[in-house]
Design a binder for this molecule. Structure first.
Ligand SMILES: Nc1ncnc2c1ncn2[C@@H]1O[C@H](COP(=O)(O)OP(=O)(O)OP(=O)(O)O)[C@@H](O)[C@H]1O
Ligand SMILES: [Mg+2]
Length: 431
């Protein structure tokens, strides 16, 4: 499935931007924009951003002065469909969704072919419509009502007894379970696709999960199994008997003592040094994805959800590239990951580690925004706002430690710690 942005008017008239995979597209007057409009006074520096997961596309105005228009209406947020026109200043973009016709000499220049198929909810049998690439394409689909219901009251997964719900996240929920064959305690994570998913996309997702499951490290949650049941994707992992780092900090009144926080961060960096050396990027490091068992000084921290958010989105199961329901921790995402969702480097994980450390130590975000502020505000702050010096929020933290963490949070990835090992080393020599 393709999504084209065809420029109908303005300085880029005639150009077509083609998306075949999840990506972001930024429009504004800064050079880091994908549609860079330095001369057009109509546009703000960071004017609006499109989150694209073909065939879906969501537009967010980033609090621009002159606004973003869709089919003539000013919008702050909009889900775009085939034929919609985005307008700002002299620039007009046409959204085209569909398949590139076969034997097309120049796919960019061709009109896309759009097919709508009927899909059946695998949980309740209700019919709906979805964009497909071919008329006969098979798709897994869960209707909106079933998604909500299954998130609140998860269904049993064959082969496992459900013990209790451990937590709910953006994509589904996590339960404590027991393997009926071995009696072993496990964690069961269910993922509820937001959209109809083709068999091909589902296979791709499973392949990516299998690849990530090869990671074996003392500080990474062990992967056990995966599968689908009635449209629900499930992952079985080792159960960690302990809170995630966010809950741990909550239990202590919001923040952790410096040595305890640094112990957890160092273990996470060990996990990353290992994973990065094998070419894996986590992409969603945050307090909630670090599970901690035991107590300091003998605590063991383990990183979970390796590459999961990306695989989920990339296979078209979730509508938005960067966040959507991950909005709670969008603030941890480095600017280059917002701009170039697909090409992230180890340094992007290091930035998120810095954000995590900052939050564990201070109970605050490094950016001067409220935890519950809008996504547009968060995105703008990520691009434009300097971080609040750690010392300002927590004068008790040693200066050396502050410098190490702040070096992880530099906007330019080339100015950060270049490897997890280097940052880990610096922390080890900070006290
Ligand atoms: N293997 C596990 N063992 C024990 N508890 C777990 C395990 N995995 C997750 N949890 C608990 O379940 C909670 C929810 O996890 P989940 O991954 O669904 O949500 P999240 O991390 O907050 O968001 P996201 O969906 O973006 O990952 C976690 O914060 C953690 O407390
Ligand atoms: Mg998680």
């Amino acid at each position: 499935m393709n999504l084209n942005l065809r420029v109908l008017a303005g300085p880029y008239q005639g150009r077509v931007f083609t998306f075949t995979q999840a990506d972001t597209f930024l429009i504004g007057r800064t050079t880091d924009s994908h549609l860079y409009l330095p001369e057009d006074r109509f546009f703000s520096r960071h004017h609006c951003i499109l989150e694209i997961t073909p065939p879906h596309c969501r537009l967010r105005d980033l609090g621009s002065t002159n606004g973003t228009f869709v089919n003539g209406q000013r919008v702050s947020e909009a889900d775009l469909k085939n034929g919609d026109r985005i307008q700002g200043g002299e620039t007009v973009l046409l959204v085209e969704v569909g398949e590139v016709p076969e034997q097309s000499p120049d796919p960019d220049a061709e009109e896309l072919k759009s097919t709508v198929v009927s899909v059946e909810c695998l949980n309740c049998g209700r019919y709906d419509q979805a964009q497909a690439s071919a008329a006969g394409e098979r798709m897994s689909f869960l209707c909106e009502d079933c998604r909500i219901e299954l998130k609140n009251a998860p269904q049993p997964i064959p082969g496992y007894d459900m013990v209790r719900v451990l937590g709910r996240g953006g994509m589904g929920c996590v339960m404590l379970g027991r393997d009926q064959k071995t009696g072993k305690t496990v964690a069961i994570k269910t993922l509820l696709p937001e959209f109809a998913v083709t068999d091909k996309a589902m296979k791709r997702f499973m392949r990516e999960i299998d690849v990530a499951s090869a990671l074996k490290h003392a500080n990474i949650v062990d992967f056990i199994d995966r599968g689908t049941h009635n449209g629900v994707v499930y992952l079985i992992t080792e159960f960690i008997d302990g809170p995630d780092a966010a809950k741990l900090a909550d239990q202590r009144g919001g923040q952790l003592p410096t040595p305890e926080a640094l112990d957890i961060i160092s273990q996470v960096l060990d996990a990353l040094a290992y994973a990065h050396s094998l070419g894996y990027i986590h992409r969603d490091i945050k307090d909630q994805n670090i599970l901690v068992s035991g107590t300091w000084p003998n605590a063991r921290a383990k990183l979970t959800d390796f590459g999961l958010a990306k695989s989920f989105t990339q296979s078209g199961m979730s509508g938005v590239t960067m966040a959507g329901e991950m909005a709670g921790t969008l603030a941890y995402m480095p600017p280059e990951q917002l701009r170039n969702f697909r090409d992230v480097k180890p340094q992007s994980d290091i930035y998120a580690v810095g954000m995590t450390a900052y939050s564990l130590l201070t109970n605050e975000l490094a950016l001067n925004i409220a935890r519950k502020c809008s996504m547009a505000e968060t995105i703008k702050a990520i691009f434009e706002q300097p971080i609040v010096p750690l010392r300002q929020r927590a004068p008790h933290i040693p200066l050396k430690v502050c410098e190490i963490i702040e070096r992880a949070l530099v906007k330019d990835p080339t100015q950060r710690w270049q490897s997890a090992a280097a940052m880990r080393n610096a922390l080890a020599h900070s006290g």
